[in-house]
Write a new protein. Structure first.
Length: 316
């Protein structure tokens, strides 16, 4: 028969199992928030100084800050919340190398293959989504361990945001050039618009195809182009084409609902006529509404994919 030890007797403590330190670098929570607000403050300050001094040497700083702010913020958020175990080198490789290869490949293929036509934006969607997927596969060709839905969503979005940042920088540079010199107002308007729309564009589309692609990746690292992968690619390309076509679709709807001011024969030749001042409000309604519908569909699609993977809710 055993008796409990008398009160006050020290008890031995059995140490629990030691947890190995995480292999991924530790970052302070909320890094993406500090990047967003700090970067936004720097961009506003740069825009103010550029406008006040007319110093054109500040234009590259203004363009890069405005073009990379939102994409980098979303990549940091994805890394902090769902991708710390993937490794910083992979994230940087997907953003910089993947984004650059995607922009270069899309530019070459669109130059030789895309011409003004009724189906021009379908070709653009097919080409740009294909080169982004190819860039993702190139970066991950030796990373055999990286597969699964969560990794594909994070890294696909990273490639897409790298593509979007570089593309936005090009659009901002073109907007700044005019026959009268540097158009600072057009540059700022372009960066604000593309910054607001960035979360619903390239990053979202490439996250979808990246998630499906890596979920079907073989354990030996080979990529498998199964029917769901091909179907997802075609669906994402169509989503991309609809996004790019919202301007033209809005003009076409205005032409169908109103009777004057638009030459409908231009649509068959791949050219989009300009709506009149009386049609501007209706055109704005259709164009903005179209972007909202496409964006909501893309967000719902990526959320449905994320719910399939339990690791998305149990990430570091």
């Amino acid at each position: 028969m055993t008796y409990p030890p008398p009160p006050g007797t020290p008890r031995a403590r059995i140490p629990g199992p030691q947890q190995p330190p995480p292999t991924y670098p530790q970052i302070r929570p909320g890094l993406w928030k500090r990047c967003l607000w700090g970067g936004l403050a720097l961009w506003v300050l740069t825009a103010f100084v550029t406008y006040a001094t007319k110093n054109t040497t500040l234009l590259p700083t203004l363009i890069l800050l405005g073009s990379f702010l939102v994409p980098v913020t979303f990549v940091l958020w994805a890394y902090e919340r769902h991708g710390r175990d993937l490794g910083v080198s992979v994230i940087l490789g997907c953003f910089l190398t993947g984004g650059t290869l995607g922009v270069l490949g899309a530019s070459l293929m669109e130059y030789y293959l895309v011409h003004p036509s009724l189906w021009m934006f379908v070709g653009v969607g097919l080409i740009e989504e294909a080169v982004k997927v190819a860039a993702l596969m190139f970066v991950l060709r030796r990373q055999v361990r990286i597969r699964g839905m969560r990794a594909g969503l994070v890294l696909g979005a990273t490639v897409g945001f790298g593509f979007a940042a570089l593309e936005s920088a090009g659009y901002a540079f073109n907007a700044a050039l005019s026959t009268d010199g540097i158009d600072l107002r057009a540059l700022l308007q372009t960066e604000i618009l593309r910054g607001v729309l960035a979360p619903f564009g390239h990053g979202l589309w490439t996250a979808i195809i990246g998630g499906v692609l890596l979920s079907w990746r073989r354990p030996n690292g080979r990529f498998r182009f199964a029917a769901p992968v091909v179907g997802t690619y075609l669906g994402v390309a169509l989503l991309h084409a609809l996004w790019d076509s919202t301007h033209g679709i809005a003009v076409w709807l205005v032409a169908q609902l109103t009777s004057g001011g638009l030459d409908r024969e231009l649509f068959a030749q791949g050219y989009i006529p300009r709506p009149t001042d009386q049609q501007a409000h209706l055109f704005t309604l259709f164009s903005v509404g179209g972007l909202v519908v496409v964006a909501l569909f893309g967000v719902a699609w990526v959320r449905a994919l994320a719910r399939r993977d339990p690791s998305w809710r149990n990430t570091p």
